[in-house]
Design a binder for this molecule. Sequence first.
Ligand code: ADP
Ligand code: TPW
Ligand code: MG
Length: 586
Amino acid sequence: MSAVLKSPSDADASVPEGTSTAAETDGFHLVIDALKLNGIDTIYGVPGIPITDLTRMAQTEGLRVISFRHEQHAGNAAAAAGFLTAKPGICLTVSAPGFLNGLTALANATTNCFPMILISGSSEREIVDLQQGDYEEMDQLAIAKPLCKAAFRVLHAQDIGVGVARAIRAALSGRPGGVYLDLPAKLFSQTMDAAAGAASLIKVVDAAPRQLPAPDAVARALDMLKGAKRPLIVLGKGAAYAQVDDQVRAFVETSGIPYLPMSMAKGLLPDTHAQSAAAARSYVLQEADVVVLVGARLNWLLSHGKGKTWGAERGPKQFIQIDIAPTEMDSNVAIGAPLVGDIGSCVSALVAGMGKGWAKPPAEWTGAIAERRDKNLTKMAATLALNPSPMNFHSALGAIREIVKANPEAIVVNEGANTLDFARSIVDMYLPRKRLDVGTWGIMGIGMGFSVAAAVVTGKPVIAIEGDSAFGFSGMEIETICRYKLPVCVVVFNNNGIYRGTDVNGSGGEDVAPTVFVKDARYELMMQAFGGEGCTATTPAELTAAMNAAIASGKPTLINAVIDQTAGTESGRITSLNPSAAKKKA
Ligand code: ADP
Ligand code: TPW
Ligand code: MG
């Protein structure tokens, strides 16, 4: 507990008559104490009025303060920290513009079900509400509300404890998400008696209560599963977030059911697991008759559970869905067996209900999957073994695949279009929560923020596999990476642009096409500018050597990996989502 202890002479000089001269605390210290009391040890943010002193004092009081170059990346770091630790990540910003810069990350965290709290300083309520033009005037609370799970404002120092506690509960309980906490400038200098201040703080007990599934819901799910001839499990990032790795594994292995990991659930079981159907994805989605969703939504990433991808012509499928959010059920297709509860409790109840004599899925099904998987893996091995010049996505990722295999504890951060899609399918993951990517929105710009958080939270090496466009959204944060000496190795897949570097200006004018960047850009020089290691790799061997050196040294490194500018496709694997022009070219 920190307090602003006033000496008698201070009191004589500055405290008005009748004011207590006992130990006092203030808004700054109450915010810091409330966070510390709740086990929060790191703040990601950008200083400025009115929170500059808050960042200084937080550092003095033993919190780690990671100061960024732009709030969006601080916010993304907080979100990734939330996903990795299941504690809310904290992003701290100044008012209006800083707040808005952090808001994209808050909305993205909410969309992805990551717990984070955006704390922003704000201007004078009296002036803001009368719209009299205060410094950085904005009604931040109203703007944040529709973009996050909950939003609170604290006006009095004695309510800081409650405000922080409510923010933590809202971020963590039920479906996790982003929370906004508005702290007006005046709050920070408000003083109160230190003992009363300490007593006003709340240590949140059981912020994410377990939620047991109803026994009849478990029985219904088991009945459905018993009748399955071609069952399939889909593991989503909710299952990774829940940190119940042993229970999830027990469910998969006891049931013997083949599973598909969504991208951030890769490694929950090693991608090399015998039951992984990832290399036969299209086949299992089409052919499965009963599907168990474990912390995965039937959104666009799973083609909404219907259509050709799901073998619609073979008739409807039956779904069992495990999720903590009851309203997720039936969001896209009928869920015949909803299992509402926390994933640990739900999968444990299923395993208990299976008992000893549970019949594994028919060999006809698992055999057909194995056959396709082996065929596809053989095909992929042949492609990865090619060594074209210039490098393409496959040959570069073939090298990275081996690096990750040798360093399974490393965290992979991944964004881009082709760079994302190829990396997701080529780079196997071996441990839970080691892959962070563009998530539910397919958002660009998470790269360096997620990398910073991954390094800060885990202390393990981070490998950021970045499209050259994707990297640009957060590239300036390599200074942050250098400043905090973080073990981050950024590999920029440099194909001269968005998707490809080959587009031409249809008008014949001098400007390059909208998707094209400066050719042969030297991204590695950016890292050198801040004292990190920077180099170019034009072959898989050079890439391997540079990555091994980066991991061995732990030094911030940027490798400019030169990729064939003709190799990519429009939007990677989601070309079909581009609207096509009704009017064809003349
Ligand atoms: P993916 O993109 O990997 O398919 P989604 O983000 O779509 O995953 O889905 C994650 C789901 O997990 C969300 O619907 C969320 O409510 C759910 N979830 C998150 N944590 C838990 C938990 N502890 N228990 C149950 N469900 C959870
Ligand atoms: C916040 C649209 C999707 S993918 C992408 C953009 C701009 C970049 C693809 O090029 P990159 O990868 O990274 O070089 P590659 O390997 O295919 O060449 N703004 C935001 N989010 C998204 N998704 C976009 C724009 C987009
Ligand atoms: Mg590119």
